[in-house]
Design a protein around this ligand. Structure first.
Ligand SMILES: Cc1cc2nc3c(=O)[nH]c(=O)nc-3n(C[C@H](O)[C@H](O)[C@H](O)COP(=O)(O)OP(=O)(O)OC[C@H]3O[C@@H](n4cnc5c(N)ncnc54)[C@H](O)[C@@H]3O)c2cc1C
Length: 402
């Protein structure tokens, strides 16, 4: 048992009974649809134990966990051992899916396997936004002192805007911490709201420092500047530099939307600071979720650096299929990037390894469109393209996916 789990069934939803949106025009809805097409046990059980919840797939938690457990216990090819693994088994293929609260001894074994410093013990993640939702009439590209190209987007603030932002930030409501997270994990990485409470100008001498950043046209020097850094190669996602935070998600939306240029920002991931064990997948894994340096060892679930129940289950399907390929002596499969399954694994295995933080599925991870259109039409197009490409992929690899 982890300190977060309470029941004895598999697939316990520890926090919420929602597996998030069902509509295919939402990236997590599309991911679930792809999983359904691949006969996901988790999605199948969720649909069977569904309870009404508007546009979300909510389940009766107890019934859902009981059903998943019953199916696994009765499966003729599954043997279940209820014991702690401390050393990695010798068998190959092997899938490691010990989750965000992997037990300490196994974590030490994984640290040795992955190489020192490539296993992380907590998230200290800043929010990520879509580029298309940033108001470029206010934000502008520039690097401090013109060093390092134009990888940074800047949101300049005047004195009035800064003071409003600061006064709301220091009043922001923090997320609750779980009992097992009360240790001091975060000394080296201060939440922005805590830093702000040190004084009215602390942020202006820290992450919101305006020096060396000149707006292209305005004569007025900014009083403070919020910098955003490219979060993926395609430049569809931007990370708020220095904004690791423990504020509640609606508070992040409310307060960070006060930043000029971010009034209508679409947050694809909110900032979090919590205990979460995950590996540096961009350095360690292929998009098949097999280790680059250890053939036959796969990772799945949140430990790969995906975030969330649905994403974790999706990577389980990919690792499972590929472990089967290896067991049969075949090459592994890589899901097309245009599918939600492929976009997610592509991101976690190609993101910047220097600043790798867990990620939810979102449309910003998909390869862009060759034409401009509205946001709604874009989502519909990406969803339709994904399902079409997945059906071709399923036909082509029907033996492996059977
Ligand atoms: C407190 C908390 C709340 C969360 N709430 C949400 C939420 O509301 N929505 C959401 O989408 N996501 C949530 N998450 C994230 C969620 O945990 C993961 O997304 C998902 O459960 C990860 O699935 P997993 O299979 O990778 O890991 P887990 O579900 O954690 O499964 C890993 C299993 O491995 C076992 N294990 C660990 N170490 C060993 C070992 N050494 N030997 C044998 N077994 C071991 C654990 O006991 C556990 O049963 C939450 C996470 C935490 C910690």
């Amino acid at each position: 048992m982890t300190p977060a789990h309470h029941g004895s069934f598999f697939a316990e939803l520890v926090c919420s009974n929602s597996l998030r949106a069902i509509s295919m025009h939402n990236a997590v809805g599309l991911l679930k649809e792809e999983m359904r097409l691949l006969d996901s046990l988790i999605v199948r059980c969720a649909l069977e134990t569904r309870i009404p919840a508007g546009g979300a797939l909510a389940v009766d938690r107890e019934e859902f966990a009981r059903l998943v457990t019953r199916i696994l216990e009765n499966h003729p090819l599954v043997d279940i051992y209820h014991e702690e693994i401390t050393d990695l088994p010798e068998e190959r293929p092997l899938i490691i899916a010990s989750g965000p609260l992997t037990s300490p001894e196994l974590a030490s074994s994984l640290d040795r396997l992955t190489g020192l410093g490539k296993l992380y013990f907590f998230d200290a993640a800043a929010p990520i936004l879509t580029y298309e939702s940033i108001n470029m009439e206010k934000a502008f590209f520039a690097s401090r002192y013109d060093k390092g190209g134009e990888d940074y987007l800047n949101c300049p603030m005047n004195k009035e805007e800064y003071e409003l932002f600061w006064s709301e930030l220091i009043k922001g409501e923090p997320a609750e911490r779980k009992e097992f997270e009360k240790e001091k994990f975060f000394e080296g990485c201060m939440p922005i709201e805590v830093l702000a409470k040190r004084g009215r100008d602390t942020l202006r001498f820290g992450p919101l420092k305006p020096v060396g950043i000149s707006p292209p046209s305005s004569e007025n020097k900014p009083y403070a500047v919020v910098q955003l850094r490219k979060d993926n190669r395609e430049g569809t996602l931007y990370n708020m530099v220095g904004f690791q935070t423990r504020l509640k998600w609606p508070e992040q939306k409310r307060i960070f939307s006060l930043i000029p240029g971010l009034e209508k920002a679409e947050f694809v991931r909110y900032g979090v600071m919590h205990r979460n064990i995950f590996i540096n997948s961009p350095l360690l894994l292929n998009p098949s979720l097999e280790m680059k340096d250890h053939r036959g060892i796969f990772f799945a679930g949140q430990i790969t650096g995906v975030e969330g129940y649905v994403e974790s289950a999706a990577t389980g399907i990919i690792a499972g299929i590929n472990a089967c390929c290896r067991a049969r002596g075949e090459e592994t499969l890589i899901f097309p990037e245009e599918t939600a399954m492929g976009a997610l694994t592509h991101y976690i295995t190609t993101a910047d390894p220097q600043d790798f933080q867990p990620m939810n599925i979102n449309f910003g991870l998909f390869p862009g469109l060759p034409f401009k259109t509205t946001k709604q039409k874009r989502k519909r197009f990406l969803a339709e393209r994904s399902i079409e490409i997945l059906s071709r992929f399923r036909k082509k690899f029907h033996k492996q996916l059977a």
